[in-house]
Design a protein around this ligand. Structure first.
Ligand code: GLA
Length: 390
C-alpha cells in the first residue's frame, strides 16, 4: 500500500470518527507537452500524466449526503445533499468540482448513495497542471465505486469533460483523458471523434521540467471568460471558412490551402492561425518523439509558445520571461503548458544538460521571488499512470 494511501486512511478517522474508509482512488495532474487550446476543437494533443495527484479515501453513506473534507486547511469542508438540481457555489470554490461530479453522475444514473470523503492533493493549484480536472476525475470515480458502478474509459470520457462545464469553463477532454489513461514513461497522443489514445514512449535521455511562472492561473474564476473567448473565436473562424469542424477542414484541404483562407484581421483570424498551426506542430512533435529527434520536438514547442503569445494571446509577461530564461539557460525547447495566463512552463532538454539548465534558471528567473523553493516548486516531469492504469 502506498504511503499516501496509508496516511489518508489514518487521517480519515480524525475527520470522520467511527468507521473505516472503504475505498481509495487517485487521479494525476498532467503536463501538456504540445497541442494547446485545440482539444476543444477536436484536434489531437500530446500530454503526459504526472506523479502529482489528487487522492481520496472514502466510505459509502446510507443516505445521499456528500460530506467532503480536505487535509489542507486552504480548502474548507463542503457538505451537500445529492439531488438532481444542484447549483454551483461562487466561482473559484473548490466545492464546484465536487458538485460537478455529483451533477454529472446524477444526470446519467440518477441520485445514488452519498459518501464521506477525505481529499488530499499535491498538484500545484492554479498552476496549469490540471488539479481541477484531477479532482473531478477522482471524485467521480469515488462516487461511482462507492455505488459499485464500473465505468469504462469511454463512458467516463462521456461524463467528465461535459460534467466539468458545470463549473463554467468550456474546456475540452485532454485533462480527463490524461488523468484516466496516462501511462508510466509515455506521452499520450489523444485523438477525438473517435476517441483514441496512443501511448508513445518518451525517448531515454529526454527530460522535461515544469517550472512555475509564479503567476496564478485560476481558470474557474476570473480567467473563465478569457479562456472561453478563445474557444468561441476559433469556432466563429471555422464558421467563416464554412466548415463544421477542424477535422473536416484538415481532411479536405492541405496545410498550405488552409493558411491561405481569408478571414478578416482580428481575434478570429489570430485564433484560426493558432489552431491550424498548433495542429501541424502536434504532428511534427509526435513524429519527432517517435524518431528520437529532440531538436525537432523542441522547435515545435518554441513555435507553439510564440503562437500562444502572439496569436491566441494567452501568455503573460511573467511566462514569456520564464520561457526566455529557460532558453537562455540552454534549454532547446520551452513553452507555457495548460490554459495559460500564468501557471507553469514545460522545458525540454537532454537529461545530462538538465541539472545545469535548472541551476541557471534558478539564478536567472527566481532571484528575489519570495516563497520560491526550487526543491519543492521545480518539478521533474515523470510520466506516470492514470487512474485506470494502476
Ligand atoms: C485547460 C482545459 C483543456 C485544454 C487546455 C488548453 O487545461 O481544461 O481542456 O483546453 O486548457 O490546452
Amino acid at each position: 500500500m502506498s504511503t499516501h494511501r496509508r496516511y489518508l486512511e489514518v487521517q480519515f478517522h480524525t475527520y470522520f470518527p467511527g468507521g473505516e474508509p472503504e475505498g481509495y482512488v487517485e487521479a494525476p495532474g498532467r503536463v501538456n507537452l504540445i497541442g494547446e487550446h485545440i482539444d476543444y476543437h477536436g484536434l489531437p494533443v500530446l500530454p503526459v500524466a504526472i506523479n502529482k495527484k489528487i487522492r481520496i479515501a472514502f466510505r459509502t453513506r446510507t443516505d445521499s449526503r456528500i460530506c467532503v473534507r480536505n487535509d489542507s486547511n486552504r480548502f474548507e469542508p463542503r457538505d451537500f445533499d445529492w439531488t438532481t438540481e444542484l447549483t454551483s457555489l461562487a466561482p473559484g470554490d473548490w466545492g464546484n468540482y465536487l458538485l460537478a461530479a455529483a451533477n454529472a453522475i446524477g444526470a446519467r444514473c440518477g441520485v445514488l448513495q452519498g459518501i464521506d470523503a477525505l481529499v488530499m492533493g499535491d498538484i500545484p493549484v492554479a498552476g496549469g497542471l490540471s488539479s481541477s480536472s484531477a479532482l473531478i476525475t477522482a471524485f467521480t470515480l469515488a462516487l461511482l465505486r462507492a455505488n459499485r458502478i464500473h465505468a469504462s474509459f469511454e463512458v467516463l470520457m462521456e461524463i467528465l469533460p461535459e460534467g466539468e462545464q458545470f463549473v463554467g469553463t468550456r474546456g475540452g477532454g485532454m485533462d480527463h483523458a490524461a488523468a484516466l489513461a496516462g501511462r508510466r514513461g509515455c506521452a499520450l497522443e489523444i485523438s477525438w471523434n473517435p476517441l483514441q489514445i496512443r501511448h508513445i514512449q518518451i525517448p531515454e535521455g529526454w527530460s522535461f521540467l515544469a517550472a512555475p511562472s509564479l503567476k496564478a492561473a485560476e481558470k474557474s474564476a476570473a480567467l473563465r471568460e478569457k479562456y472561453n473567448s478563445r474557444r468561441t473565436a476559433g469556432e466563429r473562424a471555422l464558421a467563416k471558412v464554412g466548415f463544421p469542424s477542424y477535422a473536416e477542414l484538415f481532411a479536405k484541404h492541405t496545410a498550405k490551402e488552409i493558411v491561405r483562407m481569408t478571414i478578416p484581421d482580428g481575434a478570429e483570424r489570430r485564433s484560426f492561425t493558432h489552431v491550424v498551426g498548433e495542429a501541424n506542430r502536434v504532428r511534427t512533435a509526435v513524429d519527432a518523439m517517435e524518431k528520437n529527434n529532440l531538436h525537432a520536438f523542441a522547435n515545435a514547442m518554441n513555435e507553439s509558445h510564440a503562437s500562444l503569445r502572439d496569436n491566441l494571446q494567452v501568455s503573460c509577461p511573467e511566462m514569456d520571461h520564464l520561457v526566455e530564461c529557460a532558453r537562455r539557460a540552454g534549454a532547446p525547447g520551452a513553452r507555457l503548458t495548460g490554459a495559460g495566463f500564468g501557471g507553469h512552463a514545460v522545458i525540454l532538454a537532454n537529461s545530462e544538460d538538465m541539472p545545469y539548465i535548472r541551476q541557471r534558471l534558478i539564478g536567472s528567473f527566481y532571484p528575489g521571488k519570495k516563497n520560491f523553493d526550487p526543491d519543492l516548486h521545480l518539478l521533474d516531469v515523470k510520466a506516470d499512470n492514470g487512474a485506470l492504469e494502476d
